[in-house]
Design a protein around this ligand. Structure first.
Ligand SMILES: [Zn+2]
Length: 320
């Protein structure tokens, strides 16, 4: 509303000093970024998408977060052509519609290893250009109303993305941030919402760099980074953070050992917490090749933290 007021004021011919009276808080990061260019984005017609299997839901609000994913499949291919990017878009749509049973591609946008950007779910490009509404997708379990998602082709648990993919990711995220007035600290990884490996540890660890680069394109100073996120712990992990999780699980009545080893009983306990609380699994369609049962991440930690623990302090301790 503040942005609207300021723009109206500007159109009304008020001077810059009058704008200043409204306070600096009204001049958001994205205001300065109104000039971020739209990168080349190929619409669903370009890659010959199937029609959606149901009505696309357009919500009358902007998304809050821009969420980075990795597709896992078809792996880290070296075919960087546009034709391959189109093929991958069709392949993902088929998987989401035929196997996941969704009405259309889950994510709003897809980014190939060759740096080609395609529209995922129908209408995503048109609605993004409008800058005021949100196409409801299926890529961040329990959070789809607030998240606009980008699937990056490949598996980035150990390997890094291609320079071309990185370049197009920066440009796409900056454009989305500009269209919706989203500040760089609201650029997130899928694992910031769900207990998933996505977008891979290597790409996830580059998100601070992504925020900085997007901030530069938006014309903001160094972006504010919020508190550490909950860590992702997986079966087979060991160490003090696993021990902390086990202590919390024991306090919730689970008979797990407090040995710092993420074994079967710890995995079973985490899976039980997730199931009991209705946490969605397999939430971005990128995890076909991976069993993520019992992963302990962002959506599970708050459920096992007792009322006597300050979550912010615990987060900071786990990150340290
Ligand atoms: Zn994901």
């Amino acid at each position: 509303m503040a942005d609207f007021d300021r723009r109206t004021a500007l159109k009304g011919g008020l001077t810059v000093s009058a704008v200043g009276l409204l306070g600096t808080a009204t001049i958001s990061a994205a205001d300065a970024a109104s000039g971020v260019a739209e990168p080349k984005i190929y619409g669903t017609a370009a890659w010959n998408a199937r029609p959606p299997g149901g009505a696309i839901e357009v919500q009358n609000h902007k998304p809050t977060y821009i969420v980075v994913h990795h597709t896992v499949e078809p792996g880290n291919v070296t075919d960087y052509t546009l034709e391959h990017a189109f093929w991958a878009s069709r392949s993902i749509q088929n998987f989401h519609m035929d196997t996941r049973g969704w009405i259309d591609t889950g994510q709003q946008f897809t980014n190939s290893r060759g740096g080609h950007i395609t529209e995922g779910r129908h209408r995503s490009l048109e609605i993004l250009r409008g800058g005021t509404q949100h196409v409801l997708g299926a890529n961040v379990g329990n959070n789809n109303s607030t998240c606009i998602g980008i699937e990056n082709e490949g598996l980035y648990s150990k390997e890094d993305v291609t320079p071309a993919l990185w370049d197009s990711l920066v440009k796409l995220v900056a454009y989305i941030a500009s269209q919706y007035d989203i500040s760089p600290e609201f650029i997130k990884g899928h694992r910031d919402f769900n207990s998933t490996e996505c977008p891979g540890t290597v790409l996830y660890n580059r998100l601070p760099e992504l925020r900085t680069e997007v901030g530069k394109l938006l014309g903001t100073a160094s972006p504010k980074v919020d508190l550490p996120e909950w860590p992702l712990l997986k079966p087979g992990d060991s160490g003090p953070r696993v021990r902390t999780a086990q202590e919390l699980l024991r306090a919730r009545g689970f008979a797990v050992p407090v040995d710092g080893l993420f074994g079967q009983s710890t995995k079973d306990a985490v899976a039980a917490v997730a199931a009991r609380n209705g946490l969605e699994r397999d939430t971005c369609g990128a995890t076909a090749a991976t069993d993520e049962t019992g992963f302990l991440g962002s959506d599970v930690w708050p459920l096992i933290v007792g009322s006597g623990t300050d979550p912010r302090a615990l987060k900071a301790r786990l990150a340290g």
